[in-house]
Design a protein around this ligand. Structure first.
Ligand code: KIV
Ligand code: NA
Length: 277
């Protein structure tokens, strides 16, 4: 596969070929994304919930994120590799943001960072892009702010709310973001913002009118059946396969059918065995 670059992503948008983004938190998933045609692999901070068992992305620390980035990077060749800046790693302004992002590139081996936020992070986004760190912006529903938002709710449903998201999107593009995630907004707004931007938009719950789509690996694969957001489609049933695999294994050990002597055991030369006895 050809290496995905910012330039190839912009070309993809221009030719109307949807950009595919999926999350990965470990080496085997990164290999699968690479092998099966994902354009951008995202080490999402959703790893806090689906991988580490935290109740919110706000629990995830920078060192934890970097640890997972390294594993994903080892399995990524062709896809463009982006990771979320964890909650609390970019709030003190451009200097702190740059220091954290540099660590994500140097220690985490990712190619770019994603940051949730609007007008209030524009200076930080500009500072990163100026020193050559690609930034994927993230507007609409920002899960790191779920407590302040009173839950994971659709954003931009009112004229005023939609206007605020559009203004943020335009300012973040102007600050140099190479792409932008639009999360949980009406599909009309997703298509409109996409038409107003030059950079590719990546939707999640933003309708089909964006330049690409992103989903969380565990939602795509149904690795576990927690809350399913309206925008999630399950494309596989890994939970069912896991159940089948583990229960069959446990049953086979208990009833003595695993391992078999003929197929699944090592043999000793009878003469050697007699000498041994
Ligand atoms: O953390 C994540 O997985 C994300 C994507 C769903 C956009 O931010
Ligand atoms: Na995220």
């Amino acid at each position: 596969r050809k290496k995905v670059t910012i330039q190839s992503l912009h070309k993809q948008r221009a030719s109307g070929i949807p950009i595919t983004v999926m999350t990965a938190y470990d080496f085997p998933t990164a290999r699968a994304c690479d092998t099966h045609g994902v354009d951008i692999t995202l080490v999402g901070d959703s790893l806090a919930q689906v991988c580490l068992g935290y109740d919110s992305t706000t629990r995830l620390t920078l060192p934890e994120m970097i640890h997972h980035c390294r594993a994903v990077a080892r399995g990524t060749a062709a896809p463009f590799l982006v990771a979320d800046m964890p909650f609390g790693s970019y709030f003190e302004g451009p200097k702190e943001t740059m220091a954290a992002a540099v660590r994500m590139l140097q220690e985490g081996h990712v190619e770019g960072v994603k940051i949730e936020g609007g007008i209030e992070i524009v200076d930080s986004v500009r500072a990163l892009t100026r020193i050559g760190i690609p930034v994927m912006a993230h507007v609409g529903l920002m899960p790191q702010r779920h407590t302040a938002l009173s839950g994971y709710r659709v954003q931009g449903r009112t004229a005023q709310g939609a206007r605020e998201i559009l203004q943020a999107a335009l300012a973040l593009e102007d600050a140099g973001a190479f792409s932008m995630v639009l999360e949980a907004i009406p599909h009309e707004l997703g298509a409109y913002i996409t038409s107003r931007l030059k950079i590719p938009t990546i939707g999640i719950g933003a309708g089909p009118g964006t330049s690409g789509q992103v989903l969380v690996y565990d939602d795509v694969m149904a690795t576990w059946l927690g809350h399913k957001a309206k925008f999630v489609r399950r494309f596989a049933d890994v939970k069912g396969e896991v159940k089948k695999g583990i229960t069959s294994y446990v049953d086979a050990v208990k009833d003595g059918s695993f391992p078999s002597v003929a197929e699944e055991s090592y043999h000793m030369d009878p003469e050697q065995f007699n000498q041994f006895l």
